[in-house]
Design a protein around this ligand. Structure first.
Ligand SMILES: [Zn+2]
Length: 158
């Protein structure tokens, strides 16, 4: 597996752990030059200040016909989030979004940042949105707050 599983913010206070199942999904959807972006939502546990990502939803056939991730979101992805939440008695929650870029070390576009902020502002629990971009060689992992403040996370070796 090429991507790192454990991420922390700059002061190391908040950790994000990506389960092997999530990394395997990212690995499978690494974007080639001619392919459309792929993406979905991230689901998992909140453990105090930390997040444990357990599931990344994958593109539906409908999603894959469209070039840009944020035009497609809804439908199946949201209903999976609601289903997992119900089945787990609220333990498995919506945590954020992921999508691919055809870059080795991806950076968010202006559109990405705008859409992340909208999604963060729409959260009912007031928590920041976790945003992941899957590049060809590395992940970009950020928190986006509803007020637009961003925090980039860095991979850590435990
Ligand atoms: Zn993007």
């Amino acid at each position: 597996m090429q991507f790192m599983s454990t991420w922390a913010d700059s002061n190391g206070q908040r950790l994000v752990y990506l389960a092997p199942e999530v990394l395997a999904i990212f690995d499978r959807y690494i974007q080639g030059e001619q392919e459309a972006e792929a993406g979905g939502i991230l689901l998992g546990h909140v453990r105090g200040a930390h997040l444990e990502l357990l599931e990344a939803t994958v593109p539906t056939p409908k999603d894959r016909r469209l070039k840009y991730f944020f035009e497609r979101l809804l439908h199946g992805h949201r209903s999976i989030a609601e289903q997992r939440w119900r089945e787990s008695n609220g333990l498995i929650r919506y945590l954020g979004e992921w999508h691919t870029h055809p870059e080795d070390h991806p950076t968010p576009s202006g559109l990405d940042v705008t859409e992340w902020q909208k999604l963060a502002a729409a959260r009912r629990d007031g928590r920041p949105l976790l945003a992941v971009i899957v590049g060809r060689k590395s992940l970009r992992v950020e928190y986006m707050q509803s007020n637009g403040v961003r925090h980039q996370l860095h991979s850590v070796s435990l």
